[in-house]
Write a protein that binds this ligand. Structure first.
Ligand SMILES: [Zn+2]
Length: 211
């Protein structure tokens, strides 16, 4: 690996001072070092350093462990199956129902408008109008709520699908570690005592660990 292409480039942050840690490759060992407090012996992260290989190993191990947990979780078990069965699941999806709900809301709004016109034309009295109007409104409200639920379910489904796809990629032996890291890791915070905190790009992967 080229020195400027090390695995966690641009992602290693000193958890104490919040500055980027510097990659340094000596003849003996490569390290991430906090240089921002180098001249300040009183700082908690003064001369803080951590072995690059240790951090890399810990990050990759954590990713694989999390990917395994995700792929074994009940929520996502359906996404483990073959693409064919995923397609079948897609067929049972949210969209047709949602379109139906949309149509019903539209229809009820039109009916409510019509009953207002009837009232204005003195075809129905005020009490009838009020009771019809409130009936239509509560039906529309219930459907609007249902539509929101469908949308939420569809959103969660998409997110789960994306998470499962990322987890599958991470588990695949042929995926380059650099690609896995770039897809999943936002930042890695280093604290004194070899404590590490991973900030994921996807909260679904969230997990903290120590060396
Ligand atoms: Zn620092």
């Amino acid at each position: 690996m080229q020195p400027h292409e090390y695995l966690l480039k641009g992602k290693i942050v000193c958890g104490t001072c919040g500055r980027a840690m510097i990659y340094s490759n000596t003849t003996t060992q490569s390290m991430y070092r906090c240089m921002s407090t180098h001249a300040n012996p009183a700082a908690a992260c003064h001369k803080l350093k951590v072995s690059t290989a240790d951090v890399d190993d810990m990050v990759i191990t954590t990713i694989k462990k999390q990917a395994e947990v995700i792929l074994n979780s009940d929520d996502l078990s359906s996404f483990r199956k073959t693409t064919a069965s995923n397609k079948r699941l897609d067929g049972l999806g949210i969209q047709p129902n949602n379109a139906d709900v949309e149509k019903q809301i539209e229809l009820l709004s039109q009916q409510r408008q019509r009953c207002y016109e009837c009232f204005m034309n003195l075809e129905i009295d005020r009490d009838t109008f009020r009771s019809m109007k409130s009936d239509y409104t509560s039906q529309i409200d219930a459907l609007t709520q249902r539509r929101a639920m469908f949308q939420q379910a569809a959103f969660k489904r998409d997110a789960d699908k994306k998470t499962a796809a990322l987890a599958k990629d991470a588990m695949r032996e042929t995926t380059a570690p650099k690609d896995i890291v770039n897809a999943l890791i936002d930042k890695v915070f280093i604290f004194p005592g070899n404590q590490i905190e991973i900030h994921w790009k996807f909260t679904s992967f969230a997990e903290t660990g120590a060396l």
